[in-house]
Design a protein around this ligand. Structure first.
Ligand code: ADP
Ligand code: MG
Length: 240
């Protein structure tokens, strides 16, 4: 579904993603993990062309991503981030409906889809539909952010530390929702986190980044039981 072939990105003369190659299969839940500054967000944003790569090739659905218009890519890939970025003067319903509106879905279909997603994410539709973001808790706002990313049924869901700012209980609840959505939909998901338990709990495959390079990628079990070096061993050792 997504492939990086020796991709690099330089910011101010410094390589932040360095000769990165990786494969993300359709339907797979991939977690990009690494310390702060290891290039996780940059890698994610190159997938939907929020950041353009400098060297190498990135493919989506078999085609180089340059062949897609950025807005087409972003319709086919939902994107949810820690700071959520809800439109403050729009209601929950309007926020979730952003992409379907752009695609000019009929009004009844949009309404139905919003209701469906709110139910899926345990936001009672009749209670929350007309609220504004400031009338919601952090966890509820985060759910709206995820619902918005899923609204037009994207082929890929990209998430950058989507639960980072939440208390542990809400975080766990939302992790469960995401795991359930993945099971139900079989959608390809790429999630960025620096939280080891989150990675181990959600991923089919983990990619450990360090200074813009892949240290090791594989199943959670493989990284835990067959770390290729001390960097991997130390990284996962920290959760004990
Ligand atoms: P992570 O998400 O793993 O914390 P990032 O991908 O955000 O890491 O950043 C990787 C490195 O690139 C960091 O050193 C960061 O300071 C740098 N960086 C990210 N975005 C920019 C930018 N727009 N301009 C300059 N440097 C940047
Ligand atoms: Mg980041």
């Amino acid at each position: 579904m997504i492939r990086f072939d020796r991709v690099s990105k330089v910011f101010q003369g410094k390589p932040v993603v360095d000769d990165l190659s990786l494969h993300i299969a359709e339907g797979e839940f991939t977690v990009l993990i690494g310390t702060s500054g290891s290039g996780k967000s940059t890698t994610l944003k190159m997938i939907n062309r929020l950041i353009e790569h400098d060297a190498g090739k990135i493919y989506f659905a078999g085609e180089e991503i340059h062949k897609f218009k950025p807005q087409d890519l972003r319709r086919r890939m939902g994107y949810a981030i820690q700071s959520i970025g809800l439109f403050p003067h729009w209601t929950v319903e309007e926020n979730i409906a952003t992409v379907p509106q752009l695609l000019k879905w009929p009004r009844a279909r949009i309404r139905e889809r919003v209701t469906e997603l709110m139910t899926l994410l345990h936001l009672e539709p009749e209670r929350f539909r007309r609220r504004y973001p400031h009338q919601l808790s952090g966890g509820q706002q985060q759910r709206v952010g995820v619902a918005r990313a899923l609204a037009a049924d994207p082929e890929v869901l990209l998430m950058d530390e989507p639960f980072g700012a939440l208390d542990p209980v809400t975080r766990l609840t939302l992790q469960k929702e995401i795991a359930r959505i993945h099971q139900l939909s079989g959608r390809t998901i790429v999630l960025v986190t620096h939280d080891i338990d989150e990675a181990l709990g959600l991923a089919n495959r983990i990619v450990l980044l360090e200074q813009g390079r892949v240290v090791q990628q594989g199943t959670p079990l493989a990284l835990l039981t067959e770390p290729i070096n001390d960097v991997v061993r130390d990284f996962f050792g920290r959760s004990d």
